[in-house]
Ligand binder design. Structure first.
Ligand code: ADP
Ligand code: MG
Length: 729
């Protein structure tokens, strides 16, 4: 068995970087060449069809069938000129990744011949066989079929030879079966709520757009080594493996020069990404060996999320060409840095103002503070929902590890913005301010822009940090679709802004001047949400205690965290803001519980198999060698000499025996625990039973295997070790 490992290592040593054809043109010359973007629409569509699509994008109007036919014609001509033969409706089901079903353009003509055709009907709507996508029982309750519908706000693109059309996926009765539908609803809600509040400061604002800049972390592992690790292949993470004697202690990987094979992969990937209009901007090494990051220029949330899913897909494809495999798992290697997907998020108005950027005068700064404070209050009130949106089976290994955001939500604002809020808190609002007080306050508020751009005031240990002109939600997992996090964030901010507006309007009606009213309400919010503000070290043990004393929640169990979605007040919140009705929410959460169960179940099976079929036989083999050795010693040496020589070997034999016995017993117990858990009917209950009774065996069994790895002859060990996975390149 060890042969496989050594062959893999040899293969890696013989690898050369793949020669990539460098694009001769400037990036700007071929950027977006595979996207049906505005310039192409202008060229391929009639004026009225172009206008209809632009109207749909900007104002959310619907496109009628006649126009859709024209758009389909134009899209088809463009796609065929660029080598497309098929088309697909592309969507984000509730499983990980995206889904597509390809259909050829061909239709029969009257004879036996075919002709390339693509109608508005086919562009606008499709009926994939929905029964194999998870819905958490929604489809049974409502209607068996689901359909996909074109989302004109994200442009069609060509993937290989397929015209790919971004779509939403819903049941016939309109229930969302995907990630995109509720995301679009949440973006719509935050647009409405933020626009109304922004109008306090500028009447000309007519809509507000939410932006997302994701930072995608990942590992690159050589294909041969990956294939020699069934746990990586089947679960995306190593279920065993003793720490390498050296890993990231020397901090010598972060931002250091990128290994040449990885560089070739990145350049190749960027070329492909640019053709698809994905604005990848930054690439660098991350903290762990073989860990890297890509970050794009931020875009509108829905488009940014489509681009993230497209890029993840592209990364897998391009990696294969370079004999790599990409690991998106949040914690592929125990004990070293995990991977996240920081979500940089902001709101901008159609008048070109970033609502999280302090402006040049007190008025625009009051607007800035309004949005910062309301966001903070939303996070405070909805800690559990935010956590539920990102805590998955895989991300739970990362959160709270010493290098990753803790499972306690807090907001970092930086010392200067904090000082501002303290000033506002102390300011008098119950009686009329004196002119001097007013001037002082205005001066202070006006001071923000100079101080805020001081980027040294950064905190990397906060799960939700203000970073100068945006918030950065850092707890999102690297393998996740951004949608759940973005749905919750935009929903809670929308709700909070609505509450804020209602309160301010009430004060204005009672005769308080607008600015004072805003000020008064903000002051209340600052006081109420104070416990969530934390500028210190989020990784420290003291913070855990301090957070508890502030009444912040700290939940590490995935099932417990997910349950937050189902609380009455949260069902009401989603219903009220127009994101999910009760059955949509319940269906979706059930899917999450089921995913959790599946992941643990698969990991338990894989670990059981590897332990019994790979590790125990190897340990027995080495034990036999030792036993033979002891027998031989006995024949050669006198009893006295033998006793001296054999005692260490005997001890080793016992140690190995002990681990073998423990592994066998525990694997058996784990199988029994699974059987018991599998009988439980209710998904939520079952997830809890899996979490409490099956999951602990994963670490327990692993610890015996990892100890064996240290004592068994290296020549016999069947699986590539951590030092090989991380350092042989
Ligand atoms: P860092 O690693 O220092 O946090 P990066 O430059 O790697 O920063 O990534 C920051 C991400 O934030 C990029 O995707 C960038 O486009 C995005 N970003 C910058 N400004 C904004 C903004 N106003 N709103 C949303 N995202 C932003
Ligand atoms: Mg960042």
């Amino acid at each position: 068995m060890a042969e496989f490992r050594f062959k893999a290592l040899e293969e890696v040593l013989n690898r050369k970087p793949v020669q990539i054809e460098r694009e001769e043109n400037l990036t700007s010359d071929y950027y977006g060449m595979l996207v049906f973007d505005q310039p192409k629409m202008k060229k391929y569509l009639s004026r009225e069809a172009y206008k209809a699509v632009m109207d749909a994008i900007v104002n959310g109007t619907t496109i009628d069938r006649k126009m859709a036919d024209q758009v389909a014609q134009g899209m088809k001509s463009w796609a065929m000129e660029n080598g497309a033969t098929h088309y697909t409706h592309w969507f984000h089901p509730l499983t990980d990744g995206t889904a597509e079903k390809h259909d050829a353009f061909i239709e029969h003509t009257s004879g036996s011949n075919v002709v390339e055709a693509f109608s508005g009907k086919l562009l606008a709507q499709q009926e994939p066989d929905a029964s194999s996508f998870p819905s958490g029982g929604i489809r049974q309750t409502f209607e068996a079929r689901g359909y996909t519908a074109w989302d004109p706000s994200s442009p069609a693109f060509i993937n290989g030879t397929t015209l790919t059309i971004p779509t939403i996926f819903i049941s016939y009765t309109g229930e969302a079966l995907d990630h995109k539908t509720p995301l679009l609803r949440a973006l719509h809600a935050v647009d409405n709520a933020a626009t109304e509040v922004a109008q306090y400061f500028d009447k000309n604002v007519s809509n507000v757009k939410a932006n997302l800049g994701w930072e995608q972390e990942y590992f690159l592992i050589d294909e041969a080594l990956y294939m020699a690790r069934p746990d990586l292949v089947l679960t995306g993470r190593t279920l065993m493996g003793h720490a390498s004697s050296k890993d990231q202690q020397l901090d010598d990987h972060y931002f250091s020069s990128i290994p040449s094979r990885a560089t070739a992969f990145m350049i190749d990937l960027e070329n492909e990404a640019y053709k698809l209009g994905i604005p990848v901007k930054t690439r660098h090494n991350e903290v762990a060996p073989n860990q890297f990051e890509f970050a794009p220029i931020f875009e509108e949330v829905n488009l940014a999320n489509d681009h993230n899913q497209m890029l993840m897909d592209l990364m897998k494809k391009v990696a294969r060409k370079h004999k790599f495999r990409v690991l998106f798992h949040e914690k592929p290697f125990s004990g070293i840095n995990g991977s996240g997907k920081h979500n940089n998020w902001s709101l901008t108005t159609d008048t070109g103002v970033n609502l999280y950027s302090p402006g040049k005068n007190p008025k625009s700064n009051l607007q800035f503070l309004t949005f910062v404070v309301n966001t903070m209050k939303a996070v405070y009130d909805n800690q559990d929902l935010l956590r539920a949106s990102i805590l998955t089976a895989s991300n739970s290994h990362r959160l709270g590890a010493n290098e990753a955001p803790p499972s306690i939500l807090s907001v970092f604002l930086g010392s200067e913005v904090s000082k501002m809020l303290d000033l506002m808190e102390e300011a008098v609002v119950d009686r009329k301010m004196t002119p001097d007080e007013k001037t002082a306050l205005k001066l202070n508020i006006g001071r923000i822009p100079e101080i805020i751009l001081d980027n040294t005031d950064r905190n990397r240990t906060s799960p939700f940090a203000f970073t100068g002109n945006r918030f950065e939600f850092r707890a999102v997992g690297s393998s996740a679709n951004n949608a759940p996090a973005m749905i919750v964030l935009n929903t809670i901010v929308a709700k909070q802004l609505k509450n804020f507006k209602a309160e301010v309007d009430k004060l204005i009606e009672s005769g308080v001047k607008k600015d004072e009213a805003i000020f008064q309400v903000l002051k209340g919010l600052i006081i109420d949400s104070k416990p969530i503000r934390f500028n210190g070290d989020g990784y420290s043990d003291e913070w855990v205690k301090e957070a508890a004393s502030r009444g912040l929640t700290n939940i590490t169990s995935v099932p417990e965290s997910l349950s937050a979605y189902l609380r009455d007040e949260n069902k009401k919140l989603f219903e009220e803001v127009g994101i999910f009705n009760e059955s949509e929410l319940e269906g979706r959460v059930e899917v999450e519980f089921e995913k959790f169960i599946m992941k643990i179940q698969i990991e338990a099976r894989v670990l059981g198999d590897l332990a019994i079929n790979h590790i125990v036989p190897t340990a027995v083999q080495y034990q036999t060698v030792l036993l033979e050795n002891v027998k031989n010693l006995k024949q050669v040496f006198s009893q006295e000499e033998f006793d001296a020589l054999a005692s260490a070997r005997k001890e080793l034999i016992r140690e190995i025996g002990g681990h073998i016995t423990s592994i066998k017993a525990k694997v058996k117990e784990m199988v029994e625990a699974r059987k018991k858990a599998n009988i439980v009917e209710d998904a939520i209950e079952k997830a809890k039973v899996y979490d409490d009774t099956v999951r602990p065996y994963l670490d327990d069994i692993r610890s015996h295997i990892d100890k064996l790895e240290l004592i068994v002859d290296n020549e016999l060990w069947p699986l590539p070790k951590y030092r090989e996975l991380l350092f042989v390149r």
